[in-house]
Design a protein around this ligand. Sequence first.
Ligand code: MG
Length: 486
Amino acid sequence: MPESRKTVLPRRRLPPAAVCVLTLAALSGHGAAAPAGESGQPGGDRPPNIVIITADDLGWGDLGSYGHPNIRTPHLDRMAAQGQRWTSFYSQAPVCSPSRAALLTGRIHLRSGMFGRRQGVFFPDSGAGLPAEEITLAEALRDAGYATGIVGKWHLGHRPEYLPTRHGFDSWFGIPYSNDMDWRIPSGPGRRAAMFDPRTDYWHVPVMRDEAVIERPADQRTITRRYAEEAVSFIESHRDRPFFLYLPHTMPHMPLFRSEDFRGRSSAGVYGDVIEEIDWAVGQVIETLERLDLAERTLVVFTSDNGPWISYRTHGGSAGPLRHGKGTTFEGGMRVPGLFWWPGTISPGVTQAIGSAMDLFTTAIVLGGGAAPGDRPIDGVDLSPVLLGTGPAPRETMAYYRMGELFAFRLGRHKAHFVTAGRYGLPPERTDHNPPLLFDLGADPGERYDVAAGNPDALAAVVAAAEAHRAGMTVAEPLFDLRGPG
Ligand code: MG
């Protein structure tokens, strides 16, 4: 490792994984953790490569390994079978921009101003972006000697000073915001129809390479395939040193596009076609790592930035047994697939441990041999005790924010709702609850039965934990509402 690393990443050896076999076996009910390398670094002497792949608006129930009956996802299912499948993994927010901010900074989005009072995400006329003072995972890992690349959707500010290349990424190929922005169709009923029969020229979305627009409008039909090709190229180019690849897919966010090779492939219709192409793209990454003999020194994570956009009906995904979808603080809005694959190091299994996408920040830094920044509150916790079998699950709580407001809070198996509201024209109407609703997510993951009346102690414990969380939350000025020149 270079000597020029910042002090945010002091070298810290992880304990040998072998001492922790029993713990993981107890958690997962499966197998044994693999031995660490001679250095004690899991996976060998070199810090592991980190690959984080996200889908956009993919639901908990959209993968074969999460129970979808007919969308075929063999590559993701292989990740699940060979790695760990998390059943209580969350995006940290129910929509794109705040979710991505939390993943990359390890902080709840209120701390970085990544929310609004009127706007829920960044738009093409937004005047702000992720503040420069935030430390992203790319910056932390680059300081630790990693090559860093992003292939995919950014959505944390499209003005030059906010682009990925200003936030720790050496390279970027992708689009700056959502694929349904920059409309070229006047607002009105025609827009909804266009979403179901899309053409790439309906949206003036750019494709960027580093800081230059290289294509506009983006040919969205080939975007998933091109992301896969770019990801493979990045891995091939950086095979000889530790690398961090962040691969946030643009799909299956509406409007749905897929390449000719996937048109009509899935019995689940166009949504299934799109997921099956993303699965193919994941397979390209996995197979490249195996071909280059990098699989045993690479952690690959797959998750989604929020739940399914169910107001688009069959063109939105499925949250499976979970309630509601994108934009809400019901489980379907934020509980998403969480797959961790690292052959020889992560013991295969299914875990019910609670995890958040913002935990990937801390986890990746620790696995890289460092420690999370100590000069600011970090909400992400290190999940490696579960991944490596070195200890118990570190997270007991989950905070569910909508915009800047705490709507719900989970402590262990119980979740209290202080406010409930549907989204995108779907019920329920906003309702404030005092006393809060209480759901037992263990017995009732679909949030059907309010059990507050019969469980006053459990309700009091969740409320107390939520109050403690609120007391520790620092809130920055919201930045999503600031407008700039278009
Ligand atoms: Mg999204």
